[in-house]
Design a protein around this ligand. Structure first.
Ligand code: HEC
Length: 155
């Protein structure tokens, strides 16, 4: 059954009598703008999955997660004009190094490049008064293993 037909059937089936089919339509792109924090949370997931895929030498998956992560970063820059574009473009060399490492199936180069990218994440957070959001190269597979939760030691 097509999604739309399913939604109509669901709406008239009484189970959702209060919800008109009309209300269930997905918003058009100009209506839905994800919050920056939501884009970043997605970037966090992809950052960790990218690392996990690279660690497991699943280079096809790593290439996919890298593209997904790039898309999140581009989306952040395009939708939120308050973000200095240079904060995103400075990530370009490390994103490229990761792509090169993935293409070469080079785990060592991959780890180094991911570390550089992570420094770039934190550099932008610092410059945008979000220095308390500290990303790190994940230590393991636990959720949020790529974020530091202990307060930073003040210099
Ligand atoms: C160009 C600037 C910039 C870059 C680059 C950037 N961030 Fe962010 N990030 C932000 C800003 C600004 C916020 C705060 C958003 C808010 O307060 O709503 C944020 C917030 C976050 C959060 C907190 C979200 C939450 O709701 O808990 C995470 C996690 C995060 N970023 C992950 C990353 C990761 C991972 C990278 C690198 C792959 C990255 N960010 C790169 C600007 C950036």
């Amino acid at each position: 059954m097509k999604l739309r037909n399913w939604m109509v059937a669901f709406a008239v089936s009484g189970a959702a009598s209060a919800v008109a089919a009309q209300d269930l339509r997905s918003p058009s792109p100009d209506q839905y703008v994800p919050r920056l924090g939501d884009i970043m949370s997605t970037a966090q997931t992809r950052h960790q999955k990218l690392w996990l895929a690279g660690k497991a030498q699943n280079w096809e998956l790593a290439a996919y997660e890298l593209n997904q992560l790039k898309a999140s970063l581009v989306e952040a820059a395009v939708l939120y004009s308050g973000i200095p574009v240079s904060n995103v473009t400075t990530l370009e060399p490390s994103l490229q190094s990761i792509a090169d490492a993935v293409a070469a199936k080079d785990g060592r180069k991959f780890g180094k490049a991911l570390g550089e990218l992570t420094d770039g994440c934190n550099a932008c957070h610092r410059s945008m008064k979000r220095s308390f959001v500290v990303m790190r190269v994940p230590s393991d597979q636990q959720p949020f293993a790529n974020q530091q939760f202990a307060p930073a030691v003040k210099p």
